[in-house]
Design a binder for this molecule. Structure first.
Ligand SMILES: Cc1cc2nc3c(=O)[nH]c(=O)nc-3n(C[C@H](O)[C@H](O)[C@H](O)COP(=O)(O)OP(=O)(O)OC[C@H]3O[C@@H](n4cnc5c(N)ncnc54)[C@H](O)[C@@H]3O)c2cc1C
Length: 252
């Protein structure tokens, strides 16, 4: 883990209120693994006091790192206004990250909304290692879908929108049944409601499913206990013991 003053290379609004920020972050980019996150200082002084957690969205060449920032409030709003040459103080990479089983050759990735952020990095790594990747991406409507042109080529993509304005209608989880049989490992990132419906799905019973919990957190370092979550093996801190957990290990 390191603290880096990262320089913004580019900032593009890729979906309404969602910004793709590329940053020069040598050292950190080289060390990051899919599913890990950074704590970003979202201001120049001490307000807001707490850093905000953001998944490592992509890396490029060990020097550059991308964040996918959905504007939720003050912190992410501040980040969305950063321009080329601005600096952002980052702490990371933090957390355990996803772990692909050596024997798993075919993966299913399920993304709900901004949950696509860590899964793009995972898809890129998996494809690079010769694995097959199916990616089911869900959003409220067409404008909220991550641009297809930015998705790693080679992944088989299923788009799902709640209102049916693009791709299949419904929630991402409604459309995974056909893909689960072909996958040797399943990964997901999205809201807690998505995980709850996954936990109740018959086709996932007994399947190895890793999820990334995007719980609100204070310090990101395991010191404040703000992100404690209940699991079958006791209370765990999302920042320190996660954010990646086995789906059936979490008590919903
Ligand atoms: C491990 C991890 C990885 C994350 N990765 C990403 C990412 O890649 N891209 C991204 O856009 N966001 C990500 N998030 C969520 C992001 O951290 C929050 O949206 C952000 O902290 C909100 O800060 P803010 O100052 O903009 O909003 P605030 O002003 O702090 O809050 C605005 C609203 O958002 C709600 N909120 C705050 N934090 C969260 C949260 N974690 N989950 C749900 N609601 C929240 C608040 O209750 C409030 O209603 C991640 C969270 C975690 C824990």
């Amino acid at each position: 883990m390191r603290q880096v003053t990262a320089t913004v290379i580019s900032n593009a609004e890729v979906m309404p209120q969602v910004h793709l920020l590329w940053l020069e972050a040598p050292g950190m980019a080289a060390a990051a693994r899919p599913g890990q996150f950074v704590m970003a200082r979202c201001g120049t002084g001490h307000d807001p006091l707490l850093r905000r957690p953001l998944s490592v969205h992509r890396v490029d060449g060990g020097q550059r790192l991308a964040l996918l920032v959905g504007v939720a409030g003050r912190g992410t709003g501040w980040l969305s206004y950063r321009r080329k040459g601005d600096v952002v103080d980052l702490l990371g990479p933090l957390g355990n990250g996803f772990s692909i089983r050596t024997a798993a050759r075919s993966l299913l990735l399920v993304a709900g909304g901004i949950g696509v952020a860590p899964l793009v990095f995972l898809a890129e790594e998996a494809l690079r290692s010769g694995r097959a990747v199916s990616l089911v991406v869900g959003a409220r409507s067409a404008s909220g879908l991550y641009p297809r042109s930015l998705l790693p080529s080679g992944a088989s993509v299923v788009e799902v929108t709640e209102d049916g304005s693009e791709g299949l209608r419904g929630m991402a989880v409604d459309h995974i049944d056909g893909c689960v049989g072909r996958a040797e490992q399943v990964f997901a990132c999205g809201p807690a409601t998505m995980y709850r419906s996954m936990a109740g799905k018959e086709c996932l019973t007994g399947e190895p499913v890793q999820i990334s919990l995007e719980t609100m957190m204070g310090c990101g370092l395991g010191a404040c206990y703000g992100c404690a979550t209940r699991t079958r093996t006791g209370m765990r801190m999302v920042c320190h013991d996660g954010p990646v957990f086995e789906l059936d290990d979490v008590i919903w």
